[in-house]
Ligand binder design. Structure first.
Ligand SMILES: *Cc1c(COP(=O)(O)O)cnc(C)c1O
Length: 222
């Protein structure tokens, strides 16, 4: 695996304004160090224990993004340093992130995970679920989180038309939320979508963050 060459290849396909989250989950520190040497600073992880170990061992200017499902009882371990939490899918989780962020005097950037795929999943808000959470308004009192946008995963399929439709649905939902709730909040600007097999489609649909793992680091054994 030539990690540096892979990073450059992915970056060359990203227009200005789209940032790369290099998804390093299940890969060793050496792999992250190789990407770091190529200039990559944003890394995505999906397990708290693994992230904690990597955060301790690796350079302090790495921007760690938590991209997986986060249990409320584990928020406290990452609150002191996490740069962004991508998959917030309940008000309860958002409130706990706020509580832990307040303890360490931080404001933690969060994305709302929206279920856009045709596949069944326990995770992610439905469009309507997200609308009612925002309409209820309690989130506005949470001063130690900033809601910075939305995140989604397309169906795992070769059908590009379907993937394109799903990404576009997230893009439109972002626009809706922006105009209804965040018009004057410059922090609400992120659309996190696109993985190794579909990020070019996500870029076309207007994402601002792509989360690419295996295309950079090779296959994971899990
Ligand atoms: C693992 C993972 C990715 C990266 O997947 P690849 O197919 O390896 O690029 C992106 N997003 C989430 C939420 C993930 O869990």
């Amino acid at each position: 695996m030539d990690i540096q060459a892979n990073i450059k290849a992915v970056l060359s396909e990203l227009p200005a304004g789209v940032r790369l989250v290099a998804v390093s989950k299940f890969h060793p520190n050496e792999a992250i160090e190789a990407a770091y040497a190529a200039g990559q600073r944003i890394f995505g992880e999906s397990k708290v224990q693994e992230l904690t170990e990597k955060h301790l061992a690796l350079p302090k200017d790495i921007e760690w993004h938590f991209i997986g499902h986060l249990q409320t009882n584990k928020v406290k371990y990452i609150a002191p340093y996490i740069a962004m939490i991508h998959a917030v899918d309940s008000f309860r989780l958002l409130a706990e992130i706020n509580r832990q962020a307040a303890k360490v005097n931080r404001v933690i950037p969060c994305l709302l995970e929206i279920h856009i795929a045709a596949e069944e999943s326990k995770y992610g808000f439905t469009f309507d679920g997200c609308r009612s959470m925002l309409r209820e308004g309690d989130w506005k009192e949470l001063e130690n989180v900033s809601v910075c946008g939305v995140m989604g995963m397309a169906t795992n399929t070769d059908n590009e038309e379907q993937i394109k439709k799903e990404f576009e649905s997230l893009r439109h939902f972002f626009d809706e939320l922006k105009s209804e709730y965040f018009l004057h909040d410059d922090r609400f600007k992120e659309i996190s979508m696109g993985m190794s097999h579909d990020y070019p489609l996500a870029v076309k649909a207007g994402c601002t963050l792509v989360r690419v793992g295996s295309k950079i680091f090779g296959d994971r054994n899990y």
